[in-house]
Design a protein around this ligand. Structure first.
Ligand SMILES: C[S@@+](CC[C@H](N)C(=O)[O-])C[C@H]1O[C@@H](n2cnc3c(N)ncnc32)[C@H](O)[C@@H]1O
Length: 219
């Protein structure tokens, strides 16, 4: 994967795993809390909406693509999901996810896998009742085949976020990622609609969050 988008993104999140997960931690200093609420409040908001939209969880099997430190998987399992599979190609993220699932008493219903989606999930592992991908398409060069794979693996709901191309935080975000050499992909609403159509997802619902379009679709 030398020098590919995937390598750069994986290395970025492997190095950044603890700092990323700190967004979800409640115990932090005032400055960090202010920055996380103001700058990255969307992260927590996405989680709340995913949980609201996927209830009731009882009996459900859910796939979380680009699961990071596992916060969504753990929330789904705590809500009562029968099984949650989280896949992420950054090993440091998966290490944190496994530890957190244990700490929250849901390790037996969470399976965390190091690997690149879609290759890491075989079609026989489906169908899932829902598949989610939050804060993920920001780092994906070709979203259509990924969404098509999520759709094929699912009989139920898809929830996916796409970062807005026009938003006041964008110039600073672009600069931060450029300085780190990490690829970043941003979207206009029309572009997201075209991508979803090409991936075979019809009638998507768009929820406008400050930084993201959150898309919910039945498949
Ligand atoms: C910003 S994090 C979001 C984590 C989690 N969804 C959340 O919202 O808390 C994005 C994650 O996607 C992972 N990722 C990006 N492209 C991937 C791919 N093709 N396969 C697996 N994981 C990927 C990265 O390693 C990173 O952990």
């Amino acid at each position: 994967m030398a020098d590919s988008v995937e390598t750069k993104v994986r290395d970025h999140f492997d190095d950044d795993a603890s700092r990323f997960d700190a967004i979800y931690q409640e115990e932090k200093g005032l400055a960090a809390r202010f920055i996380d609420n103001y700058w990255r409040g969307v992260v927590q908001k996405r989680l709340e909406i995913n949980v609201e939209r996927l209830r009731p969880f009882e009996g459900k099997k859910i796939l979380d693509v680009g699961c990071g430190s596992g916060r969504f998987c753990i929330a789904f399992a705590r809500e009562g999901a029968k099984k949650v599979v989280g896949v992420d190609f950054a090993p440091a993220m998966i290490d944190i996810a496994k530890k957190l699932a244990k700490a929250h008493g849901v390790a037996s219903r969470c399976e965390f896998r190091v690997g690149a989606f879609p290759d890491a999930i075989a079609s026989e592992e489906g169908p899932f009742d829902a598949a989610t991908a939050n804060g993920f398409f920001d780092y994906i060069e070709e979203p259509v085949p990924i969404i098509a794979a999520m759709r094929e693996l699912t009989r139920g709901k898809l929830i996916m976020s796409f970062p807005k191309a026009i938003e006041w935080r964008v110039p600073v975000r672009r600069l931060r990622f450029w300085l780190k050499g990490t690829p970043l992909f941003l979207y206009h609403e029309d572009q997201v609609r075209d991508i979803l159509k090409a991936a075979g997802v019809s009638d998507p619902e768009f929820i406008h969050l400050d930084r993201d379009y959150l898309v919910v679709a039945d498949v």
